[in-house]
Write a protein that binds this ligand. Structure first.
Ligand code: 3HC
Length: 337
């Protein structure tokens, strides 16, 4: 349904942007720039400018926390899934998201930022995570729509990240994208089944689409002109396609899927533009987006409180695992002595 092809075009002209002037060692900087210009990979042991490292940690942090907080809206439905099959699928999906968070925390560790530091940022409310997870999942149809649209948007954004210039992030993304692809399909399939059901079920799907559509378009981030990090992120080959271009690709791919499903996307301005060979679409509410990103969405406080509670309640498990690891190490040292 969505391409797994890594052969995606970069946004034209990204390499034409001047490299960031650096006060660091000019020879190391020149070697780094040459590798970036040649679309080479940067690995943890390689020299990199501080600003590149910081940008990666910032983006990976936002991404990792999105995966972890993203477990909550769907996790709420595990005990209410309508059948054993749907429950098993949902448990697997939510577990996958937890795994994605862990790959990403590990990728950040290779840049010198520990998981504890990252979690402290999340729990104190300083670190960002995707706006989309601050909206409630009110009905079972929301679970299907999250799979179809939220995971669909995530794949669109993440497939180009498989070619990110930083090796550990790019490699984590290959696996994440394969799993996200399954998530998207299971959501779409659940909705297809509901759309062959009763009028109430069909209305439930349409209502969920109405509530999630615009929020999913905002997932790609602010318009390019208002995106402070895009130009540099693309110059460094971290991002490959701009926020607006990814949003457009997502809309173009989703409109035909909505037709097959039999739902209406809630945008009167959504029309095929023959000249552009893309769909035109209406205005996204950026004030609402920024309010949500800045902590004032409908579920921000609840999401954070749930994460902090889960972390505190899991402390004894972490302590027990550490004690066990210490004991094992002592035992193997004794045996070796
Ligand atoms: N929600 C929350 N914050 C957002 C956001 C969103 N939808 N879109 C942008 N922002 C934040 C950025 O993090 C940045 O904050 P900062 O400067 O304080 O770090 C600020 O808004 C300005 O945005 P920019 O466009 O300048 O930022 P980026 O160049 O980093 O681009 C991005 C934003 C497209 C989200 C990019 O960071 C990205 O591609 N990240 C990796 C993918 C990701 O995070 N996906 C999360 C989606 S959900 C998910 O993956 C879970 C899955 O299971 C569904």
């Amino acid at each position: 349904m969505y391409t797994q092809s890594f052969n995606v075009q970069d946004t034209p002209g990204t390499k034409a942007v001047a490299s960031v002037p650096s006060k660091e060692d000019p020879a190391l900087q020149a070697a780094f720039d040459t590798r970036i210009d040649a679309d080479g990979r940067i690995e943890p042991q390689d020299w990199m400018p501080d600003a590149y490292r910081k940008t990666l940690v910032r983006q990976i942090s936002q991404h990792a926390h999105s995966e972890i907080v993203g477990m909550l809206p769907e996790g709420n439905w595990i005990s209410r899934a309508p059948s054993l099959k749907r429950k098993a699928i949902l448990i697997a999906k939510v577990q996958d998201e937890g795994g994605h968070g862990l790959y990403l925390y590990s990728a950040a560790e290779t840049l010198g930022t520990s998981r504890d530091q990252m979690l402290e940022g999340l729990h104190s409310g300083r670190a960002k995570y995707s706006s989309i997870f601050n909206y409630p999942t009110l009905t079972w149809a929301d679970v299907g729509v999250v799979g179809w649209l939220v995971d669909g948007a995530a794949i669109m954004n993440q497939v180009p990240l498989c070619r990110c210039s930083y090796g550990p992030y790019a490699r984590a993304m290959v696996r994440v994208c394969k799993e996200e692809s399954f998530h998207q399909r299971q959501g779409y399939e659940a909705l297809l089944v509901m759309m062959t059901g009763t009028e109430e079920q069909k209305a439930m799907v349409q209502d969920a689409v109405n509530r999630f559509w615009w929020k999913c378009l905002a997932m790609f981030g602010p318009p390019d002109a208002d995106s402070p990090n895009s130009v540099q992120g693309m110059r460094w080959g971290i991002k490959r396609i701009s926020n607006d271009d990814l949003r457009q690709k997502f809309i173009d791919a989703t409109v035909p899927q909505a037709k097959v499903l039999g739902v209406t996307l809630p945008d009167p301005d959504l029309k095929w533009n023959e000249e552009r060979q893309h769909y035109d679409y209406g205005q996204i509410d950026w004030d609402e987006f920024w309010a949500t990103v800045n902590g004032n969405g409908p579920c921000n406080k609840e999401r954070l409180a749930t994460r902090v509670k889960a972390y505190r309640e899991g402390e004894w498990v972490r302590d027990a695992a550490m004690a066990h690891a210490r004991k094992q190490q002592e035992r193997s040292m004794k045996e070796a002595a």
